[in-house]
Design a protein around this ligand. Sequence first.
Ligand code: GLA
Length: 331
Amino acid sequence: MRDQDQSLYDVYKDYFSIGAAVNIRTIKSHKDILIKHFNSITAENEMKFESLHPKMDQYDFTNSDLIYHFARTNNMELRGHTFVWHNQTPNWVFEDKNKQRVSRETLLQTLEQHVSAVVYRYGEGIYCWDVVNEAVEDRKTEYLRDTKWLQIIGEDYLMKAFEIAHKKAPSALLFYNDYNESNPEKRKKIANLVFTLKKNGAPIHGVGLQCHWNIFDPSFDDIKRSFEIYGSLGLKVQVTEMDISMFEFSDRRADLVKPTVEMIEKQATLYEKAFKLFREYKEVINGVTLWGVADDENWLDHFPVRDRKNWPLLFDENHEPKEAFYRILQF
Ligand code: GLA
């Protein structure tokens, strides 16, 4: 019987790395859990375009450096997140000083300079990058999300982004990353997108599945089917942003002070089944990352319902292991 004295990443050493999203506060406040149980980290926000490159002629590596050094000091893998995204990207990237839209060439050049500067700073210290994040549209009738990247560069913007990333970071593993990855309709589009990129010769090495789930949705059947599909694409698969919310997405209740016994059990069961499935796919999965460390600090406390507490992670508000933690530790 394993107990909490055992390191989670050590238990998974023959399967895949165990990661957590961190920020400049949690690398201090959650340091002990991170060092003991995780051997990979992702910057929650600190390596996004707006954080690293807020103005055309200004880079800011202050916070990302702290995360980079935390990973180096503690011998952890570092995932890069993210180069091309419709969110958290400053306007100057898309507009010139007169608020006119930049040309395709200019935008491609901006991306190339950005990637170049970031890779120059961190080199092989970042072993993989989410090159493009969330390019697929959720609405059933549409395929690609209507973003400025798409509008300005055109449909080949993903291909271009992967080419640029590969040129500047030839040894990094390059990922396409998205959410609602287990929804059958969106899954079809994501799988088609990465398959087509690969077929057309893009230097893409993997698909990142965010796996922001809740205790009701997606169904385990959909999750299982998704791993069959993504696992058969001939690419690496990573779980990149996993958490399991206690609320269905459309549920706006805000009165819960602590999760019920049923909720805790449902969450633990889903974590348990999911990790069992991940272990079955260890040949293709080379990383599983949780989107946070412990329930005292997690993005779902604010989203989609402001100031509503949520409990989506493996450790509780006091940094103690939850039932879900024991279930994935014991196999
Ligand atoms: C998406 C992004 C992440 C993060 C989460 C919310 O999944 O990929 O970087 O912003 O939303 O925390």
